[in-house]
Design a protein around this ligand. Structure first.
Ligand code: HT7
Ligand code: ZN
Length: 875
C-alpha cells in the first residue's frame, strides 16, 4: 500500500453537515442505515466524484435524495464506495450496510466484548461500520437510533444527550435515540448495547449546570467503580479551575469493557474504557492500578476539550490532542499527588519507552510526516515526548503566557480541526516570541544529547559552563539541526547554599529564572563572583526531553543528593550514582565499583524517609535493565547488565539491612487501606525495602515476604510479597503462586498480575512456563489484556529470558505475533515493537533477531500493521 504523506494533505471534496445513524443490533447481522447530509466543500475540488472509505463492509443498498440507486450509479467494494456523479446542490445519501460484530476480532469498528456490543472508531474504525469520509477534518452533527432485543441489550448508549426511548414489537424490542449537538469527526462516534450494571452520580459545573454521570460495568462489579467515579469528578473540577474548561453535555457516560486494544477512548460524552482502568478495590488493585485509573479517567475526560471540541486536521497532527492531553493528565496527577514523585515517574516512563524508541529503527518525529499504518503511531513519542515538548514550551515562556496561550487556543479553534502550527501560533501571540525555531521539536526525531563541561578559576572566581547539543541521526533524517533546549540550572556552594547567578553570557531573564536557552550547537557561560568551586544542578525538573552527559563527579552527586532543592535532581543524583556503580561492575573496575558513597547516601535518606516515603522509595529503586541497556547504547548483553545490577542490589541490601528492616517493620499498613498518595508512598517504601532485604539476605527476605503474603490486607502488599518470592524461587514461590491463583481464580484482572509475575521470573525455565501458561484456561489470545499480561511482560520486562542466547525468547514472540496477526493486527504489531532496540544488542543476538524479523516478513497475508513494523524494524 502507498504511504500517506503530510505534504499531500488536501481538504475533503465534500462536507457532511449531519449524520443520522440507525442501528438494529444483532450478534451476527447488525443492520446499519446511515443518512448523510452532504454538500460540496468550497475548499475541495470542483466536480470531484464522491469517494467514501470502507473497510470489510457488506453493502445492502444506496439511496440518493430518496431514490434507490442501482449498481450502474456507484462502484462498491468492501473498502470503497464511489459515486462518480453527484449533484452540485446539497443532497442526502442513505447507505445501508450489514456488519457482523461477533466475527470482529480486530476490536475496531462494532464488535462484541462478552455479551455487550461496543465500538472503537479511532483511528479508522468508523469505516468498518458504514461508508464515510472517515477523516478527522470532516465534522458532523450525529443523531443515533439504536434498536435491539430488550433481553440482549437493555442498555443502549451513544454520544451526546438522550432524546427518546421506548418499546417496540410489544415490548420484546426497544430503541433509544441520542443526539450529539457538537460537530465531531467520525472517530469520536460510539455506541454501546448490553446488559450492564451502573453506578450513578452527578456533577454541578462552574456555571451551575447539573451533569448526570454514569459508569457502566459488568453486573456485580459496581462496587469497584467508586474510585473511577471519584477521579472523574475531580478531573471535571480540575479542568474548570486550571484551564477554565467546563463540561458541555447533560450526561457523561463511561462504559468498561474487558476486550479493548488500548487503555480507553474519549468518544464524545461516551468514553469506552478497558476495564483495567475503571475497576479497583483494595483486594484486587494495587496502588499503581489506582494511579493508572486516576490518570486515564482524567486523560479521557480532558480530551473533551483537547481532542473533541478542538480536534486534529489529519492524523499527522495526533500529538496535538495526545501530547497536550498527556501533559494535562500529568499536571492533574501532580496536583492530586506529589508533584515531585509524579515528575520522577513520568520521566522514568519516558526513558523506559520513548528514549529507546527514539534511538532505534522505529524512531519518528512527534509529528510524523509519513505513515503506512496510522495505528502504529500511537507511540510513546507522540504521547509522552509530545507532552514533554509542551512542558518545555511552558518552561520557556512561563506559566502566565502559557495559560494565555491555552485560553487563546480554546477560544480561536473551538469547533475546528486544527494543526500544530495553529496551536503554536497561540503561544507565539500570547508570549510575543517567535516560536518557529521551537517548532523543530515536532518535526525532528531523535533525543538530543547535551554534553557539558565545567571549569572553575579560583583566582578569578569564575565558573565556566559549556553546553553543547547534538542529535543523532534517525531513519530518514541523517542531518540534524540544533533545537531550543531550556536548561534549568542552579549552582550550589560546597555547604549546599544556592548561589546568585551573574554572567555577561546570559540574558537578565535567563539569569533571573535560572533557565539557559540552548538554541545553538554550543553556549559558553562564565558565571562570576563564585567564591569556591560550585556544584552545578543542571536540567532541573528534567526541563527538556534530552540526555545529559557526563554525570557529575561522585562527590558532587552525593552533595546534590543531600542538598539540591530540586527533588527531581536529588533523585537523578541517586540514579547516577547507582548507574556508575553498576557500570563499574560491568567494566570490572574494582575501585569504582565500591558503592559505599551510594549506600551511605541512601542510609541518610532512609533516616529521613518519614518526611517523604514516596520520594525515598523512588530514590531506592535502582535504574531498570532497560535504563542500563540505553546507557550502554551498543553491544548490549542483557545477561551482563542483569548480573551487575543484581550485584549492586545485593550490596545495598547487605549494607543497609538493618535500616531496611526497620523501615519494613515501621511502615506496615496501620489499618484500613486508603489509595491516597501518602499511604501509597509508605507502602512503596516498605516494599522497595523488602525487595532489597531479599537481595541482601535471601532467607530473611523469604521469611519476611512469606509473612507479608499471609497477612497483607491489600493487593499492593500481597503482590509485592509475591514478586519477592517469585524472584527468590524454590518451593515457597510455587506455593505462593498456587495459593494466589486459588484465591483469585476467575478474576481476570487479578489473574493478569499472576501471569505477568510468572513471565518476569529471570530464570531459564520461564520461557517454557510462559508457553504452558498460554494453554491455561484463563489465558486467551483473543483478549488483549491477557496477551499483554503474559507476552508483553515477558518481552519487555524479562530481558535475560527474552534475549536468551538460544533464541527461544525471540521464537516465542515470533510464534505469538504470527498467530495473533490475522485476529488482531493492532495487537500483533504492538507486540513486535518490543524489538525496537534490537540493533543495540551484541552481534549474536542481533543475528537471531534479524532472522526472526525476516521470517515474519516472509509470512503470507501479513497485516499492513505488522508488515509496517517488521519492515521499519529491519530498515
Ligand atoms: N485516543 C485514544 C486512542 C485509542 C486508539 C487508537 C487506535 C486503536 C485503538 C484505540 N483505542 C484508543 C486513546 C487516548 O489516547 O486517549
Ligand atoms: Zn489520548
Amino acid at each position: 500500500t502507498a504511504a500517506i504523506r503530510l505534504a499531500d494533505y488536501r481538504p475533503a471534496d465534500f462536507v457532511i453537515d449531519s449524520v443520522e445513524l440507525d442501528f438494529s443490533l444483532n450478534p451476527t447481522k447488525t443492520k446499519v442505515v446511515a443518512r448523510l447530509a452532504l454538500r460540496r466543500n468550497p475548499a475541495g475540488e470542483a466536480g470531484a466524484p464522491l469517494v467514501l472509505d470502507g473497510d470489510d463492509l457488506t453493502l445492502i443498498g444506496v439511496r440518493l435524495d430518496g431514490r434507490a440507486l442501482g449498481p450502474q450509479d456507484y462502484a462498491a467494494t468492501p473498502d470503497k464506495l464511489t459515486l462518480a456523479a453527484v449533484p452540485d446542490a446539497p443532497f442526502v445519501l442513505e447507505i445501508e450496510t450489514q456488519v457482523d460484530p461477533s466475527a470482529n476480532t480486530q476490536l475496531s469498528g462494532l464488535y462484541r466484548s462478552g455479551s455487550a456490543y461496543c465500538t472503537q472508531c479511532e483511528a479508522e474504525g468508523f469505516r468498518r461500520i458504514t461508508y464515510f469520509l472517515d477523516r478527522p477534518d470532516v465534522l458532523s452533527v450525529y443523531t443515533t437510533r439504536i434498536e435491539a432485543e430488550k433481553s440482549d441489550a437493555p442498555i443502549l448508549l451513544s454520544n451526546g444527550n438522550p432524546v427518546e426511548s421506548g418499546d417496540i414489537d410489544g415490548g420484546t424490542r426497544h430503541y433509544a435515540i441520542w443526539r450529539d449537538p457538537f460537530p465531531k469527526p467520525s472517530y469520536l462516534f460510539a455506541l454501546v448495547g448490553g446488559d450492564l450494571g451502573v453506578v450513578r452520580d452527578a456533577f454541578k459545573t462552574m456555571s451551575g449546570r447539573l451533569v448526570d454521570l454514569a459508569i457502566y460495568v459488568e453486573h456485580g462489579k459496581e462496587p469497584r467503580a467508586g474510585y473511577a467515579m471519584d477521579a472523574l469528578k475531580r478531573s471535571m473540577r480540575w479542568d474548570e479551575e486550571k484551564f477554565g474548561r467546563e463540561y458541555d453535555l447533560d450526561v457523561f457516560n463511561i462504559v468498561a469493557v474487558s476486550d479493548f486494544n488500548m487503555g480507553a477512548m474519549e468518544n464524545k460524552g461516551l468514553n469506552i474504557f478497558n476495564d483495567k482502568y475503571v475497576l479497583a478495590s483494595p483486594e484486587t488493585a494495587t496502588d499503581g492500578d489506582y494511579a493508572g485509573i486516576e490518570g486515564v479517567i482524567a486523560h479521557e475526560y480532558f480530551h473533551n476539550w483537547t481532542g473533541n471540541r478542538i480536534t486534529c486536521r489529519d492524523w499527522f497532527q495526533l500529538c496535538l490532542k495526545e501530547g497536550l492531553t498527556v501533559f494535562r493528565d500529568q499536571e492533574f496527577s501532580a496536583d492530586m499527588r506529589s508533584r515531585a514523585v509524579e515528575r520522577i515517574s513520568d520521566v522514568r516512563g519516558l526513558r523506559l519507552a520513548q528514549f529507546p524508541e527514539d534511538a532505534g529503527p522505529l524512531a519518528h518525529p512527534v509529528r510524523p510526516d509519513v505513515y503506512q499504518e496510522i495505528n502504529n503511531f500511537y507511540t510513546a513519542t507522540v504521547y509522552e515526548k509530545g507532552a514533554e515538548i509542551i512542558r518545555a514550551l511552558r518552561t520557556l515562556i512561563g506559566e502566565d503566557d502559557f495559560r494565555r496561550g491555552m485560553d487563546l487556543y480554546f477560544e480561536r479553534f473551538d469547533g475546528a480541526a486544527a494543526t500544530v502550527e495553529d496551536f503554536l501560533s497561540c503561544f507565539a501571540e500570547a508570549s510575543g516570541r517567535d516560536l518557529s525555531h521551537f517548532a523543530l521539536w515536532y518535526s525532528q526525531a531523535g533525543t538530543p544529547l547535551v554534553t557539558t563541561s565545567e571549569e572553575y578559576d579560583a583566582a578569578a572566581k569564575t565558573f565556566t559552563l559549556t553546553l553543547r547539543q547534538e542529535t543523532p541521526p534517525t531513519p530518514g533524517q541523517s542531518e540534524k539541526r540544533p533545537v531550543v533546549i531550556p536548561i534549568a540550572l542552579a549552582l550550589f556552594s560546597e555547604n549546599g547554599q544556592k548561589l546568585d547567578l551573574a554572567s555577561e553570557d546570559a540574558s537578565a531573564r535567563e539569569l533571573a529564572r535560572g533557565l539557559i536557552e540552548l538554541d545553538r550547537p554550543e553556549r559558553v557561560i562564565r558565571f562570576r563572583d563564585i567564591p569556591s568551586r560550585p556544584v552545578a544542578s543542571l536540567l532541573r525538573g528534567f526541563s527538556a526531553p534530552v540526555r545529559l552527559e557526563p554525570a557529575p563527579a561522585s562527590e558532587d552527586l552525593e552533595r546534590l543528593l543531600a542538598h539540591d532543592d530540586d527533588p527531581f535532581n536529588r533523585w537523578q543524583a541517586a540514579q547516577s550514582l547507582a548507574l556508575r556503580a553498576i557500570f563499574a561492575r560491568v567494566n570490572g573496575d574494582g575501585a569504582a565499583s565500591d558503592a559505599r558513597g551510594l549506600t551511605d547516601a541512601l542510609r541518610l535518606l532512609l533516616a529521613k524517609a518519614e518526611g517523604d516515603p514516596a520520594f525515598a522509595a523512588q530514590a531506592l529503586s535502582l535504574p531498570s535493565e532497560i535504563d542500563l541497556a540505553r546507557e550502554k547504547g551498543s553491544d548490549v548483553d542483557p545477561d551482563v547488565l542483569f548480573a551487575a545490577r543484581q550485584s549492586l542490589r545485593a550490596e545495598i541490601g547487605r549494607a543497609l539491612g538493618e535500616a531496611l528492616e526497620t523501615i519494613h517493620a515501621r511502615f506496615a499498613d496501620p489499618g484500613a487501606y486508603a489509595p491516597d498518595a501518602a499511604s501509597a508512598g509508605r507502602r512503596a517504601l516498605r516494599n522497595v525495602a523488602l525487595d532489597l532485604i531479599a537481595a541482601g539476605d535471601a532467607d530473611k527476605g523469604r521469611a519476611l515476604a512469606q509473612a507479608q503474603f499471609e497477612t497483607a490486607g491489600n493487593m499492593t502488599d500481597r503482590l509485592a510479597a509475591l514478586a519477592t518470592l517469585a524472584h527468590l524461587g524454590g518451593a515457597a514461590r510455587e506455593d505462593a503462586f498456587a495459593r494466589f491463583y486459588a484465591q483469585y481464580a476467575g478474576d481476570a484482572l487479578v489473574i493478569d498480575k499472576w501471569f505477568s509475575l510468572q513471565a518476569t521470573i529471570p530464570e531459564e525455565a520461564t520461557t517454557r512456563r510462559v508457553q504452558e501458561l498460554m494453554t491455561h484456561p484463563e489465558f486467551s489470545m483473543s483478549n488483549p489484556n491477557r496477551v499483554r499480561a503474559l507476552i508483553s511482560a515477558f518481552a519487555n520486562a524479562n530481558l535475560t529470558r527474552f534475549h536468551a542466547l538460544d533464541g527461544s525468547g525471540y521464537d516465542l514472540l515470533t510464534r505469538v505475533v504470527l498467530e495473533l496477526d490475522p485476529k488482531n493486527p493492532q495487537l500483533s504489531a504492538r507486540l513486535l515493537s518490543s524489538l525496537r532496540s534490537w540493533r543495540t544488542l551484541e552481534a549474536r543476538r542481533r543475528e537471531l533477531v534479524e532472522t526472526r524479523l525476516k521470517h515474519i516478513l516472509a509470512a503470507e497475508n501479513l497485516s499492513a500493521d505488522l508488515r509496517d513494523i517488521a519492515t521499519r524494524a529491519l530498515g
